[in-house]
Design a binder for this molecule. Structure first.
Ligand code: IDP
Ligand code: MG
Length: 156
């Protein structure tokens, strides 16, 4: 099982798309382990996007992510990091394929609705930035055995 950090960015909430985006993760079978609405502080934004500090779009990215509240969540699935990235689509809304979240809901290359961790290392760091360890739930789902074939050693 892989945990990943998903952020429904300010445009997702402002445009009233948050519920539909969350539904896609539920529909796919991801398990939600944590979810909260919050305002991203400048300090947190700088920590989260430190790798982009030198990029030309960095100042606008800082303004964007701190401009209005977000919903941040931790979701889990087998291979969940790559699956979530596929569901999000390409970074630019103008290029993301139809059927993906960015492809279906946005046009902008900057306001692209959603963040998802891009590696296990990033997921661990990002989850720790947004959630305290005791905010992550651990619970059994009643339908787990219909989401995965659990008859073997690992869910398949
Ligand atoms: P990702 O969100 O698909 O992983 P990254 O390259 O990590 O994309 O960029 C982080 C965020 O910075 C993007 O989601 C987007 O909001 C913004 N961004 C990336 N590239 C550009 C750009 O060329 N112009 C404007 N904003 C950008
Ligand atoms: Mg990225």
């Amino acid at each position: 099982m892989e945990k990943t950090l998903i952020i429904l960015k300010p445009d997702a909430l402002q445009r009233g798309l948050a519920g539909r985006i969350i539904s896609r993760f539920e529909d796919k079978g991801f398990q939600v382990l944590a979810l909260k609405a919050m305002h991203v502080s400048r300090d947190l934004a700088e920590k989260h996007y430190a790798v982009h500090k030198a990029k030309p779009f960095y100042p606008r990215l800082m303004n964007y992510i701190t401009s209005s509240p977000v919903i941040v969540m931790v979701v889990q699935a087998v291979g969940g990091i790559a699956i979530a990235r596929k569901m999000m689509g390409a970074t630019f809304g103008s290029q993301a394929d139809p059927g993906t979240i960015r492809g279906d809901f946005g046009l902008s290359n900057s306001f692209n609705l959603i963040h998802g961790s891009d590696s296990p290392e990033a997921a661990e760091t990002e989850i720790a930035l947004y959630f305290k360890p005791d905010e992550l739930l651990s619970y059994e789902r009643g339908n787990e055995k219909w989401i995965y074939d659990c008859s073997g050693d690992t869910p398949e």
